[in-house]
Design a protein around this ligand. Structure first.
Ligand code: PAF
Length: 287
């Protein structure tokens, strides 16, 4: 089966039936959940899902539950016609494209909350965000029942929250985390980059520069968190268009706690605001 005849299905039960049919014939299903506005980062996940499985399934669902009241859900980029073309090009077999009311019926009141790690980093700035992510991802996993699901490392916190949920709730699938795909100048690909004007887009290069310089400093032997943090904040503050630094530090990649003494595998992570747009990036390094 190839994605040339991609089925586009909006009804959860119909997707479940289609996927179940394949699973009963011992075919593996690779699943890439998205909110649309597909960029090369998504395409790398879709390609890996296509390569590693008999059947490749994608979903496009702008999930209002993961947007806070001050975040403009209505403004989130949408380009469904183009997305469908890209999915056909990647030979995806099934696109799940549900309407809001089909995933959240009236009276919806069940949520997944992955404690503690959901409150760290972005969770501190986006209350309820990861509850919305975990809830919708659990629903999608229940509907598609994938063998493997693919996520990008750019959203590192999201990946460890989903892995925790999968373990805690006994979902039977593998979570595959794929490397961040970057623009030529290093900016991590994100649908949110579309919000940036020309000047902000230029300024956004500071995130990758900050991660690289912090990584070089750690590799050169600096092990004190405070020194690395000072360096990161100095680099970002040198960019006048950044109006807020949400966080910039070195973390334990399992707990997302800051590490006082940097050793072993660590996560360098940064989040800043450029105008109204929040950009995040990270790098996993072995110090
Ligand atoms: O990473 C995303 O695009 C979203 O958080 C996800 C996983 C599709 C859930 O809505």
């Amino acid at each position: 089966m190839t994605g040339k005849d991609m089925e586009i299905i909006g009804i959860p039960r119909a997707v479940r039936d289609a996927c179940r049919k394949h699973l009963l014939q011992s075919r593996t299903i690779g699943f890439v959940p998205t909110m649309g506005a597909l960029h090369d980062g998504h395409l790398s996940l879709l390609r890996k899902a296509r390569r590693e499985n008999d059947i490749a399934v994608a979903s496009i669902f702008g999930n209002p539950m993961q947007f806070g009241p001050s975040e403009d859900f209505e403004k989130y980029p949408r380009d469904i016609e183009n997305d469908i073309k890209k999915l056909r090009n990647e030979e995806i077999d099934i696109l799940f494209l549900p309407e809001l009311s089909l995933l959240y019926s009236s009276g919806f009141s069940t949520y997944i909350n992955v404690d503690i790690i959901s409150e760290k980093l972005d969770g501190g700035f986006r209350p309820g965000h990861f509850r919305g992510v975990a809830t919708v991802v659990a629903k999608l996993f229940n509907i598609v029942d994938p063998t493997r699901a693919y996520f990008g490392q750019k959203d590192f916190q999201q990946t460890i929250i989903i892995k925790r949920m999968v373990k805690d709730l006994d979902f039977d699938l593998d979570i595959v985390v794929c490397p961040t795909v970057r623009e030529d100048d290093g900016l991590a690909m994100s649908s949110r980059n579309l919000y940036l004007d020309k000047e902000q887009r230029r300024a956004a290069r500071v995130l990758y520069r900050c991660l690289n310089e912090a990584s070089d400093a750690i590799k050169s032997g600096i092990i004190k968190l405070e020194e690395i943090k000072d360096l990161m904040i100095k680099i970002i503050s040198g960019e006048a268009l950044v109006n807020r630094i949400n966080y910039a530090a070195v973390y334990d990649p399992m707990t997302l706690d800051e590490v006082d003494v940097i050793q072993g595998e660590v996560l360098i992570a940064v989040a800043v605001r450029l105008g109204d747009t929040c950009l995040i990036d990270n790098m996993l390094i072995n110090s």
